[in-house]
Write a protein that binds this ligand. Structure first.
Ligand code: NAP
Ligand code: HSE
Length: 431
């Protein structure tokens, strides 16, 4: 049996998962790959770090010198699971230049530099595979690149961040406050090293940039994605959502139309009948609308050592089969369309509005007047008695251009009848 030699960069959560999976499922993996998969060297940052939980055979192949992998002609595949966009980018570029195939889990790098790296891979005739970079165990990159390749995809939306989905699930099910739920999510080990990347929506934005680029065949970058996190979502909004027949989820959403691509991450009211509304905890899901296949939904574990290792080794096995079979050509960059991005202010949506107002005659009509002046049509209104002389108003609008919505809210916030403006959250679905 031929041997395929691997150099792995990183032995943290994901790298540790890859090493463990190779040890646990090694025989099965070799049979499926048609080659012996040999972990030859592992690059770490701090070679002196205490690693008593790491098996001796793995400790024996650690190095802190990237050249031990990048310049070793016997290494066929580099697995990059160290993260970051500085050294990782440099090492991946060099690996491709040195005609090594690369498997990466690095969404930050792929969202920012995917185009450059594909060009490098093309020049050197190497493959660059990145299934693990989006939603870990969910095989969404493969589905978009291969299984649905003959479709025109019009929309790809999903719950792409486990940490925020866990927080929103805890707030909705256990009535936890946001800060408590975040603490528990961090204990679970799913959060980014800076959890602001999760809660501010940046992690999901990187993932939807990668998925939208494949789905719409145009390079969508992280900066093209309008991003809003979950820090403004309160328990009270979650309770109103439930009363009105919705759940609030952090949704990454990209739509393709004649006007261009609209890509965004924001909290969204999802009707309880929508398949994404029941995706709870740290689970991820991706929902795809396409012209031939119709609606497709993929569901699974989007983070963690084993689920991410599963995706990394799926790519390694595909590469090993190709190398063993004489070097099948891998699908490289599939971006052939010109990029047109719809400005967020021109996007249309329905909205949920919550505010605390003075409980006196004419208040509702004044608010309705401002909305009407800006072309915002009201779908439903709920008014509840709040404390003292105040009332809480909850409005759901019909479809409206975001710019008109924001202009009307700016005006409403300045009105003396408004005690406190609560929330403005988009609502899924058309009129
Ligand atoms: P991690 O636990 O922080 O591990 C990082 C590893 O890389 C460590 O072994 C570290 O060495 C090594 N490293 C970091 N910088 C290095 C450098 N400059 N030179 C050499 N080695 C370096 O990270 P992780 O959670 O495994 O994530 C790795 C990648 O997978 C990231 O791109 C992440 O976005 C992606 N990802 C993670 C998950 C997840 O659930 N964790 C899921 C999907 C994708 P030391 O051991 O010496 O510190
Ligand atoms: N922080 C990410 C999440 C990890 O919570 O989904 C996987 O990218």
């Amino acid at each position: 049996m031929k041997s395929i030699r691997i150099g792995m960069m990183g032995l943290g959560t994901v790298g540790g998962g890859v090493a463990a999976m190779l040890s646990e499922n090694g025989v099965l993996i070799d049979k499926k790959a048609g080659s012996g998969i040999i972990l030859e060297k592992i690059l770490v940052k701090d070679i002196a770090k205490e690693r008593s939980d790491v098996p001796q055979n793995i400790r024996a192949i650690l190095t802190d010198n990237p050249a031990d992998i990048l310049d070793d002609p016997n290494i066929d595949i580099v697995i990059e699971v160290m993260g970051g966009t500085k050294e990782a980018l440099e090492f991946v570029r060099t690996a491709l230049r040195n005609k090594k195939h690369v498997v990466t889990a690095n969404k930050d790098m792929m969202a920012a530099y995917g185009g450059d790296l594909f060009a490098e891979a093309d020049r050197s005739g190497s493959a660059l595979l990145f299934e693990a970079s989006v939603c870990a165990a969910i095989p969404v990159v493969d589905v978009l690149k291969h299984s649905l390749a003959g479709n025109r995809i019009s929309r790809i939306m999903g719950i792409l961040n486990g940490t925020t989905n866990y927080i929103l699930t805890m707030m909705s099910g256990e009535k936890s406050e946001y800060s408590q739920a975040l603490e528990k999510a961090m204990d679970g080990g799913y959060a980014e090293s800076d959890p602001a990347d999760d809660v501010m929506g940046r992690d999901a934005a990187r993932k939807i940039a990668i998925l939208a680029s494949i789905a719409f065949n145009m390079r969508i970058k992280y900066e093209d994605v309008f991003t809003e996190g979950i820090t403004g979502v309160s328990l009270c909004d979650i309770e109103y959502a439930a009363e009105l027949g919705y759940r609030i989820k952090l949704i990454a959403d990209a739509k393709f139309s004649d006007e261009g691509v609209e890509a965004r991450v924001n909290p969204l009211f999802i009707p309880t009948g929508h398949p994404l509304s029941n995706v709870d905890g740290v689970f991820n899901a991706v929902y795809i609308e396409s012209d031939m296949a119709g609606e497709t939904m993929l569901y699974g574990k989007g983070a963690g050592a084993k689920p991410t290792a599963s995706a990394v080794l799926g790519d390694v096995i595909a590469l090993a089969r190709a190398i063993g079979g004489g070097g099948a050509v891998f699908t490289g960059c599939t971006c052939f369309n010109e990029k047109m991005i719809v400005a967020p202010e021109n996007a249309v949506s329905r909205f949920y509005i919550r505010m605390n107002v003075k409980d006196s005659p004419g208040v509702l009509s004044k608010i309705a007047g401002v909305l009407g002046d800006h072309g915002v049509s009201i779908y439903s209104v709920v008014q509840k008695k709040a404390q003292g002389q105040s009332a809480e108003i909850v409005i759901i609008t019909h479809m409206v251009m975001e710019k008109n919505m924001l202009d009307s809210i700016a005006k409403i916030k300045g009105m003396d009848i408004v005690n406190e403006f609560g929330s403005l959250i988009r609502v899924e679905g058309e009129d």
